[in-house]
Design a protein around this ligand. Structure first.
Ligand code: GLN
Length: 498
């Protein structure tokens, strides 16, 4: 594997090192074909995925067929179906697809074929984007390292002894290594932003309700949000534009126009941050974080100031309680959502040998199909929701959630965006935290408040930490429905880094 310098250890071939915007331009002008581009990425997958394990399923024939269809249409003089038509993509294995399995990284759904496409899948196909395959993830999106995948972990392309993050480590590793130029993740507590930070890529959690959850296998429904990831802010914006927008199939989908994130990314590229008020969240800039991460963060804040931003410190006192609230609310929702995997309706069934009752078959199937972290959260959630504990745990956590949302609202009275490091340390070693759930949970510290409040955020590369020589992510946060601010400020920061 070739490790280029920062921004990312991309592929050896030119095509796998290009941005999606560049590829799209060349494909649409017929300088190159989508088939060539898709083939190059499939070759890159064949070359490196044995080491990385970013993909659970590679759909070579279907990806090439989709690419050929795009080429044919363009050759016939049709207009490209979208700004990204012909550019191939890596899809997290939590979105349903009718033509390849959807496993959610779980034995419970091994080989499961959905009868319908998720709305996000459908929009990707309609946009003429070939799907290279489905990417690895922590089981049902629970985890911070992809080590909870029943199919084995994804490795970080920057250092294959380390995690690429989670739960969407597969998509991020694929993008960082040149296996794919763009990808889709889901972010329930940080699963797009956190792996992006650890792999020096860009990842966005859009405002809750702005990307359809229809066909996104639920982890925690009030927190889950699909979103784009890529190597540049503009590429991420182009994909955001494809997947966002109202969907009547999702009851929590918001019927509002999508802000023009592409225009925002283009505007931000001038690097000018004059008049932008940036708040540094005091709670996420403190001792206990890795020194190299804090040094990079402080350098990033200085860069924002040099680019004209007005930087102030903001106090969000309830962010300190986000971890406790999240790890109550999430298991409660998980315990309810995952009840459907009962051996009767989906996937794995065991013990159905004529000697067991229906209840026993359910218990045997669930015991066999779910991994330890999923079981831990189902038990925790069931306990917290039970009579007598509901008020003390679940309701209390929901109150904290409101306080966190109020902290954000107060901060946005004086700031346009907030910033923090995305993670407290750079990528940790595989195996380092897997037997210590609390240490794993703690790694999510900086990303969780956004999901609890339903607001949006981006992680983008902020250089390599001096003490570990590994990528650090800068997190930019914006108010609900102001996703375009992430892109304008993000693109400006990216331009400022040169
Ligand atoms: N790491 C967090 C968790 O384990 C977030 C997961 C996610 O965003 N899907 O719940």
């Amino acid at each position: 594997m070739t490790f280029n310098t920062y921004l990312a250890p991309v592929g050896t071939g030119d095509l796998t090192g290009m941005t999606a915007a560049e590829l799209a331009e060349k494909i649409h002008s017929r300088e190159i074909s989508s088939t060539e581009v898709t083939r190059a990425h499939l070759d890159r997958i064949a070359e490196v995925d044995g080491q990385l394990h970013a993909f659970l399923h590679v759909a070579e024939d279907r990806a090439l067929a989709a690419a050929e269809a795009v080429d044919k249409a363009l050759d016939a003089g049709e207009k490209p179906a979208s700004a990204l038509a012909g550019v191939p993509l890596a899809l997290k294995d939590v979105f349903t697809t009718t033509d390849m399995p959807t496993t959610c990284g779980s034995k419970m759904l091994e080989g499961y074929l959905s009868p319908y496409d998720a709305t996000v899948t459908k929009r990707i196909r309609q946009a003429g984007i070939p799907i290279l395959g489905k990417t690895n993830m922590d089981e049902f999106a629970m985890g911070s390292s992809t080590e909870n995948s029943a199919y084995g972990p994804t490795k970080n392309p920057w250092d294959t002894t380390r995690t690429a993050g989670g739960s969407g480590g597969g998509s991020s590793a694929a993008i960082a290594s040149g296996e794919a130029p763009i990808g889709i993740g889901t972010d329930t507590g940080g699963s797009i932003r956190q792996p992006a930070a650890l792999t020096a890529t860009v990842g966005v959690k859009p405002t809750y309700g702005t990307v359809s959850r229809y066909g996104l296998v639920a982890c925690a429904s009030s927190l889950d949000q699909g979103g784009p990831t890529a190597r540049t802010v503009l590429d991420t914006a182009l994909l955001h534009q494809v997947i966002a927008g109202h969907d009547s199939y999702d009851a929590t989908s918001v019927d509002k126009p999508v802000p023009d994130v592409v225009a925002a990314a283009k505007k931000g590229a001038d690097g000018n941050l004059k008049g932008v008020r940036v708040g540094v969240v005091k709670q996420f800039d403190r001792d206990g974080y890795q020194k190299g991460v804090l040094d990079n963060f402080h350098a990033a804040v200085k860069q924002l100031t040099d680019q004209g931003a007005e930087v102030v410190e903001v106090d969000c006192p309830h962010f300190d309680d986000a971890l406790a609230a999240y790890y109550l609310i999430l298991p409660c929702e998980v315990s309810s959502n995952l009840a459907r995997f009962d051996g009767m309706r989906y996937g794995l069934r065991d013990g159905d040998d004529g000697h067991h009752s229906a209840e026993e078959v359910m218990a045997i199937s669930r015991a066999k199909g779910f991994g330890p972290e999923v079981k831990r959260r189902i038990i925790l959630g069931t306990y917290a929701l039970s009579v007598g504990y509901y008020d003390a745990y679940y309701l209390q956590a929901q109150r904290v959630r409101t306080l966190i949302a109020q902290d954000f609202a107060a901060a946005y009275e004086t700031c346009d965006v907030l910033v923090s490091p995305t993670t407290p340390t750079t990528a940790f070693k595989l195996g380092e935290k897997v037997d210590d759930p609390l240490a794993m949970y703690n790694f999510d510290l900086c990303t969780l408040p956004l999901n609890l409040a339903g607001v949006c955020g981006m992680s983008l590369p902020a250089g390599l930490a001096e003490d570990t020589n590994l990528p650090v992510g800068l997190q930019i946060m914006a108010p609900a429905f102001a996703d375009d601010r992430l892109y304008s400020v993000g693109a400006a920061f990216e331009a400022g880094r040169g």
